[in-house]
Design a protein around this ligand. Structure first.
Ligand code: FEO
Length: 383
């Protein structure tokens, strides 16, 4: 596939994968993107997952049209992109390997060699001429590994963005970009908002016409849409006006309260209300919702003098991604010694800019009329 006259897509689609990175459900598979710039010199950007080495090398061979590659540029050492570096190096003995110094340390760990006789270690702002195309390298530490670099091709105005702007799903999946890009971003990169934001600032100084990420589609139209979403995500801003209610329920009492709150919010004109049953939904969907909306309601039972396990996991997932800048409402349930509200509040003690709604809901087994009034008050406050 041609991206520009000189740039080819040589990546692969993985339709067999069950869990991406060992944890994320990917119903529509995954793409491991790779690119080649065909100029006086030929540069290849990244390899692919270990299961697709043969297919990828074939794609590369087709793009080379009988020529030999001069450079393998390694943006990121996570094995979904780096697994075939040694295979490439063996096949193309004269090609140089271009990466950050930290990436070479990782190559030694993964492959037992750092390709010392053919390595080109690059730093921020270093350039490499391929002939007509000049590549400039920028470091992107902790987006989402420390060794990451991105590359800008000033001739075709293309940014090779590593995992940034990536998305779950194969490249031929016809689905909303934002939904699966958001789940990918918050699931995988979310903890490193500050670092991803710093990368966006660097990108802001470049004239970009096309973004070539390591996952998902090549982005070439309406780039402001993608850049603005990334600005919101990386700064933990509010993307969508609305409320997400995340609940756990053992016998349905807490679920009924969560549903009543959703009803009250909708009745009151809340632009969007999302409800997630944490025991049954894809946790990564609930996580992306929590970051997407400005207001999050947590409804849970007290359990073992603590909170219900799925809520505990959910809060851990939020905290480890630097959850911040939100209003949090609480619905607690407890038949005896209720603890949920206290535990939830203490969980977010160290989080930045979390405001708790004044109107909490305190259920003692099943909803009473008084609880219904509490729910109405909470809805009103959130509205
Ligand atoms: Fe797509 Fe961080 O590897």
């Amino acid at each position: 596939m041609e991206i520009t006259k000189d740039i080819r897509y040589i990546g692969v689609n993985d339709r067999k994968i069950d869990l991406f990175e060992g944890q994320f459900m990917v119903e529509n598979g995954m793409a491991y993107n790779s690119y080649a710039i065909i100029d006086e010199k030929i540069a290849v950007f990244d390899t692919v997952d270990k299961n697709f080495g043969g297919e990828w090398l074939k794609n590369l061979e087709n793009a080379l049209d009988g020529r030999q590659p001069d450079y393998l540029i390694v943006s990121h050492m996570e094995p979904d992109h780096s697994a075939n570096i040694a295979n490439f190096a063996k096949k193309y003995e004269n090609a140089k390997v271009v990466a950050s110094e930290k990436a070479f340390v990782m190559m030694k760990q993964f492959f037992g060699t750092d390709f010392a006789d053919r390595k080109i270690a690059v730093k921020e702002g270093d350039t490499l001429s391929l002939g007509k195309h000049t590549l400039t390298f920028y470091t992107a530490p902790m987006v989402h590994w420390p060794e990451v670099i991105v590359t800008y091709d000033s001739l075709d105005k293309v940014l090779f963005s590593a995992d940034a702007f990536g998305k779950f799903g194969t490249t031929d999946t016809d689905e909303d970009w934002a939904c699966e890009a958001r789940r990918y971003y918050f699931g995988i990169v979310g903890k490193y908002g500050a670092q991803a934001n710093a990368l966006l600032k660097k990108a802001g100084n470049l004239d970009i016409k096309t973004i070539c990420p390591l996952h998902g589609p090549v982005l070439s139209e309406n780039l402001d849409y993608y850049l603005n979403l990334y600005k919101t995500w990386t700064s933990y801003g509010v993307e969508t006006d609305g409320v997400v209610i995340c609940y756990t329920s053992v016998y349905g009492g807490t679920k009924a309260a969560a549903e009543l709150l959703a009803e009250e919010l909708e009745k009151g004109g809340c632009p969007k209300v999302a409800v997630n049953d944490l025991a049954r939904c894809d946790m990564a969907e609930a996580v992306e919702d929590a970051f997407r909306y400005g207001k999050v309601v947590l409804a849970t039972t007290t359990y073992n003098a603590e909170i219900f396990p799925f809520m505990r996991t959910f809060i851990d997932e939020l905290k480890e991604r630097n959850f911040q800048n939100k209003t949090v409402g609480i619905i607690e349930n407890g038949t005896w010694a209720p603890m949920a509200e206290k535990v939830i509040k203490s969980e977010f003690e160290k989080s930045k800019n979390i405001a708790f709604a004044e109107n909490s809901v305190h259920i003692r087994s099943v909803m009473t009329d008084e609880n219904k009034e509490e729910i109405k008050a909470l809805a009103k406050e959130l509205l």
